[in-house]
Design a protein around this ligand. Structure first.
Ligand code: AMP
Length: 214
């Protein structure tokens, strides 16, 4: 099963994708994580995208489609979860073509629906484990008191460079301008399922499971 997780920044796509990896043996393909890795490892592509990402703008379709193409070639027995990709209509077309070339397709597109107000709060409170990527939140899932990640034991927690108020404003604008048209695109293809992303993590997980098992 191949699925896309769609939704604005802070909607919980990464958290939910990690859960699907654990429970369904799927492979998470997060273009945001791939770009951050490229940035941290200092590749020339990483250097080119760093400023664009820090401002909260989208990097070029060509770069992200290239990243996804490489990963699709590796295959995934439990299927792929596309997290943060596609973000534009041309990325969506490219994904359809890439999957078709592998004799595959998309089975569902889940859109996580969250109020903008909640997004700002979630993002301002967000921290991630620099080692395993587990997501923490000062309000709902604080970093453990011993300062160690409860999933991998590391203690290198990070706040994202683009989790600032100004970058978030740009990220939201980019989402509404360029990514939200994908909701209509996938609805027309009969693939769209809307899930309330405002509840507790477990409730959202259950909503996604219902949508996928339908
Ligand atoms: P994310 O971790 O998904 O919030 O992505 C962080 C940043 O990486 C975004 O604000 C963009 O600058 C860049 N990015 C991630 N995925 C894409 C994509 N599919 N298309 C363009 N830019 C992306």
């Amino acid at each position: 099963m191949n699925i896309v997780l769609l939704g604005p920044p802070g909607a919980g796509k990464g958290t939910q994708a990690r859960h699907l990896v654990e429970t369904r043996g799927m492979v998470q393909l997060s273009t945001g994580d791939m770009l951050r890795e490229a940035k941290d490892s200092g590749t020339s592509m990483g250097r080119r995208v760093a400023e664009v990402m820090a401002r909260g703008e989208l990097v070029t379709d060509e770069i992200v489609i290239g990243l996804i193409r490489e990963k699709l070639e590796e295959g995934a027995r439990g299927g792929f979860i596309f997290d943060g990709f596609p973000r534009t209509l041309s990325q969506a077309d490219a994904l359809g073509d890439l999957l078709a070339a592998e004799g595959q397709g998309l089975d569902a597109v889940i859109v996580l629906e969250v109020d903008d107000e909640a997004l700002v709060q979630r993002i301002a409170a967000r921290a991630t484990c620099g080692t395993c990527g587990a997501v923490y939140n000062d309000l709902t899932r604080p970093i453990p008191e011993d300062g160690k990640c409860s999933e991998c034991g590391a203690s290198d927690f990070q706040r994202r460079a683009d989790d600032t108020e100004e970058a978030l404003r740009t990220r939201l604008l980019e989402y509404y301008k360029k990514t939200s048209p994908l909701i209509g695109y996938y609805h027309a293809k009969g693939l769209l399922a809307r899930v309330d992303g405002m509840g507790e993590v477990d409730a959202v997980q259950a909503g996604i499971a219902r949508a996928l098992d339908d």
